[in-house]
Structure formats: structure tokens, C-alpha cells
Design a protein around this ligand. Structure first.
Ligand SMILES: [Zn+2]
Length: 281
């Protein structure tokens, strides 16, 4: 449906408004480590180009007008067919995966470590396609606010993921690998002496992203908050009526809306710390 869609000024403005929200001072307690938020490159696409918003200057890329202070906007032309699936939503990371190769080949680098992406569709196709989703009644993601909230949600993922990786210091990873090698050789080891951090749990990343979005909705978008509440509320009611667990555990997002609401309510100011602190075996 949107394979031949061309981005408009309205599409760009919505993305920039989403990024602006991430930097709102009221969200400082969520995105505390600004270095992690700075690293996130925002990517969207239409039938001709991919569009990037970045705080890092990329002199090799073609710039275009950006209204955000501290950000640069770039475009890279492509020959790919971007299917509706990618316009329908946003994700932490760069997808479709061909775009990763396109970006790094243009940049003439393979410095994957210092880059973090969030990517997704433009607001016009996003809202049209969300409205068409038949299996989603009470879908909260059909409004302008919900589109901004989606971008904020993905920044939540990008932040949490980076923070978790940062908790694995290189020398600790080395220690873990050496011990694992010893185990494979049949040696006995005592885990408690090692202090091995639990591997990143992406359900927690989802809960963190939910709480980030929910926090922004509470502060800036009362209608989007109401829509999330209604959606979750009806799912909980249906579970309590039917006892069908899959109404909740069917998707990581549904799961996060339940656990996230509990943690958000119990720790209104400390939920970021609760969800970021690494746990150990
Ligand atoms: Zn998510």
C-alpha cells in the first residue's frame, strides 16, 4: 500500500517532535545518562530515501533541513522495496536489515559498537496501517500522540539495551568466558565468587520501554494515557473472565503493560532505577 509513498514535511515534523520529547527536562530522571541518549540515531524511510537524525555529524552523507537544535538530518537514497510491515511500527535497532549494510557502506566504517538505532515508519502510513489492523480493537496507536509515544518508547529500549551492555565490562566478559571454557573442560567452579550479571532480559527492556512511554503519556499526552489504560483494562477484564492466559502473555507488549503498570505505580520516581540495576546470579 505504501511501497511508493514519499515523505512529507508533516512526516518529518512528527519525528522531530518525538525526538524533542525524549529531551524534555521532565524526562531527565528516565534518560539520566545523556551520553546514551545522544548516541541513538533515528531512522525512517520512504520509497526513495532513508532519513536519519543524529547528534553526530556525518560529512559523507547528504544533509537536509532539521528543526532540532543539536541534531543533523541526512538522507541516503536506496533501491529497496520497503514493505508496509516496516511502516506499521517502530523498533530499537535498524530494520529492514539491508539498511544496516547501506548505512555502514556509505559511512565506510563497521563501528557497530558506538552506534545505536531506533527505526520505523512515517506518521502518515503508520496511522493508516494501524487503523487497518483488524485483530486489534481498542488500538491506542492510531493518533498523532501515540506516534510520538512510539518514538519515545523505542528510545526507552535503546537506552535500556545500551545501559545493560555497559554493565558488562570487557574484563568481566573475559573472566566469564574463561570460566565457561573451564566448565566445558569439566572443571568445577564456584559461581558466587564470580558475580556474573544476569544476561539482559528483553522482557525487562519491554517493561522499561512501556514505563518510559507511559511516563511521557502521563506528563504530556492524557488522551494517549487514557487509550493505553482502556486497552490494558479490557485485556485484564477478558483474562479475569475467561482465564485465558494468552490474552496477557501473547505479546511482550501486553505482558509489559501489566507488569509495567504495577512497577510504575509502586515506584513513581524510582522505576527507572529498579529496572536498570543489573542483577547477579
Ligand atoms: Zn517495545
Amino acid at each position: 500500500m505504501f511501497e511508493h509513498y514519499k515523505a512529507t514535511q508533516e512526516d518529518f515534523a512528527a519525528i522531530e517532535e518525538g525526538i524533542k520529547t525524549v529531551w524534555h527536562p521532565k524526562l531527565n530522571f528516565v534518560f539520566k545518562n545523556k551520553k546514551l541518549t545522544e548516541k541513538v540515531i533515528v531512522v525512517s524511510y520512504d520509497c526513495e530515501n532513508i532519513y536519519l537524525w543524529s547528534q553526530t555529524k556525518f560529512p559523507k552523507l547528504k544533509p537536509f533541513k532539521c528543526s532540532l537544535k543539536q541534531y543533523f538530518a541526512y538522507q541516503i537514497s536506496h533501491q529497496l522495496k520497503i514493505s508496509d510491515e516496516y511502516q506499521l511500527g517502530w523498533r530499537a535497532g535498524l530494520q529492514p536489515s539491508e539498511l544496516i549494510w547501506l548505512f555502514f557502506s556509505k559511512m565506510k566504517t563497521d563501528d557497530y559498537e558506538s552506534t545505536s538505532f531506533v527505526s520505523g515508519g512515517l506518521i502518515t502510513p503508520f496511522i493508516t496501517l494501524q487503523k487497518k489492523m483488524k485483530d486489534r480493537k481498542n488500538n491506542p496507536y492510531t493518533t498523532y500522540e501515540s506516534y510520538l509515544a512510539t518514538i519515545v518508547h523505542e528510545f526507552g529500549h535503546a537506552y535500556w539495551n545500551q545501559k545493560m551492555f555497559a554493565s558488562y565490562k570487557k574484563q568481566d566478559v573475559r573472566k566469564i568466558l574463561v570460566r565457561a571454557e573451564e566448565c566445558y573442560k569439566g572443571q568445577q567452579i564456584i559461581l558466587s565468587k564470580l558475580k556474573i550479571p544476569l544476561p539482559p532480559d528483553y522482557n525487562i527492556s519491554e517493561i522499561f520501554a512501556f514505563c518510559t512511554e507511559y511516563q511521557a503519556a502521563t506528563l504530556f499526552w492524557p488522551n494517549h494515557k487514557k487509550a493505553i489504560d482502556q486497552d490494558s483494562f479490557s485485556r485484564i477484564k477478558s483474562f479475569l473472565k475467561t482465564g485465558k492466559v494468552n490474552t496477557i502473555f501473547l505479546s511482550a507488549h501486553y505482558f509489559a503493560a501489566i507488569f509495567g503498570k504495577l512497577i510504575f505505580s509502586a515506584y513513581p520516581h524510582r522505576w527507572p532505577i529498579k529496572l536498570l540495576f543489573p542483577k547477579y546470579f
